[in-house]
Design a protein around this ligand. Structure first.
Ligand SMILES: NC(=O)c1ccc[n+]([C@@H]2O[C@H](COP(=O)([O-])OP(=O)(O)OC[C@H]3O[C@@H](n4cnc5c(N)ncnc54)[C@H](O)[C@@H]3O)[C@@H](O)[C@H]2O)c1
Length: 266
């Protein structure tokens, strides 16, 4: 995969993994559009990598369509669209699997799933006409396993993996490449102060996560796993689902023991 002169859109590009991706694409000569809710931060990243910064709510289809038009007008047709923006909340305050508010669930659907649908709808027809393109959807290790204490995140990230599979199967013959990125923990604002981090998994830097994405794209790998442990865990789950649920329940118990306020009142 050659990145020089490619037009790349990165959503959630103002911070964390998205920012590192913008910088690494730019270093390889790509023309980068940094798309984020936080317009000032998006512009700062764009300035530092000679790209275009746009204020966009990826959960709103009209915003994505407008962003694609702006990118086409200023940088050229989109070669690579990276849907990286994501949100995570938690099951708090009730700590039951269904206790997060409908607003939290809806925002999670809009940003973690529907934004990928809107992006695909906005760019695929033109990519097909031009002979191909690349969609990269950042999901999570929670797509294959489960984020203990955050049912909305686990559910929507699993759905994001399902949509990426449909994209790859439906559009492979149109020369649309698809990768779905499933990191375990990455040191960004999302995991600040150890928020949501459970188990003994290694926390990697945003730069290392981005490097792994670019390497995965070069190899045109569908499932990009920046943490090698994930494949082992996912294989164990696939081999024996009941054993995996028991193991995850044990893990949750350990988390609750360390932090009793995490549990719900019976
Ligand atoms: N940090 C981790 O441990 C981890 C692990 C697995 C997957 N991920 C995923 O990686 C992606 C990047 O997360 P990060 O860790 O860099 O987090 P981050 O919070 O540092 O960055 C997320 C970015 O998305 C932007 N964003 C949020 N909602 C948006 C919206 N509606 N429209 C436009 N932009 C929006 C934010 O402003 C922010 O710049 C997310 O999809 C996240 O779920 C992160």
């Amino acid at each position: 995969m050659e990145f020089n002169n490619k037009v790349v859109v990165v959503t959630g590009g103002a911070n964390g993994i998205g920012k590192a991706l913008c910088e690494q694409f730019a270093d390889l000569g790509a023309k980068v559009a940094v798309v984020d809710l936080e317009i000032d931060a998006a512009r700062q990243v764009a300035d530092s990598c000679g790209g275009l910064g746009l204020g966009v709510d990826v959960g709103i289809e009209a915003d994505i369509q407008a962003a694609v038009l702006a990118v086409e007008a200023k940088l050229g047709p989109v070669d690579i669209f990276v849907s990286n923006a994501g949100v995570s909340f938690s099951d708090a305050p009730g700590w039951m699997a269904a206790s997060a508010s409908n607003e939290v669930w809806q925002t999670s659907w809009n940003v973690n799933v529907m934004a990928h649908v809107y992006a695909a709808r906005a760019v695929i027809p033109d990519m097909i006409q031009r002979g191909g393109g690349y969609l990269v959807n950042v999901a999570s290790g929670a797509s294959l396993l489960c984020q203990v204490g955050d049912a909305a995140y686990s559910t929507t990230k699993t759905a994001a993996l399902g949509f990426a599979e449909s994209l790859a199967i439906t559009h492979g013959d149109d020369n649309i490449k698809v990768s779905v990125v499933c990191p375990l923990y990455v040191a960004t604002r999302m995991t600040e102060g150890g928020r949501g981090v459970s188990g003994n998994d290694q926390v990697i830097t945003a730069e290392d996560a981005a490097k792994s994405v670019l390497e995965g794209m070069e190899a045109e790998t569908f499932l990009i796993m920046p943490h090698s442990d994930l494949a082992t865990y996912a294989q164990g789950k696939g081999a024996d689902y009941d054993r995996w649920i028991k193991g995850m329940r044990r893990m949750r118990k350990g988390i609750v023991e360390q932090n009793p306020s995490y549990d719900y009142q019976r």
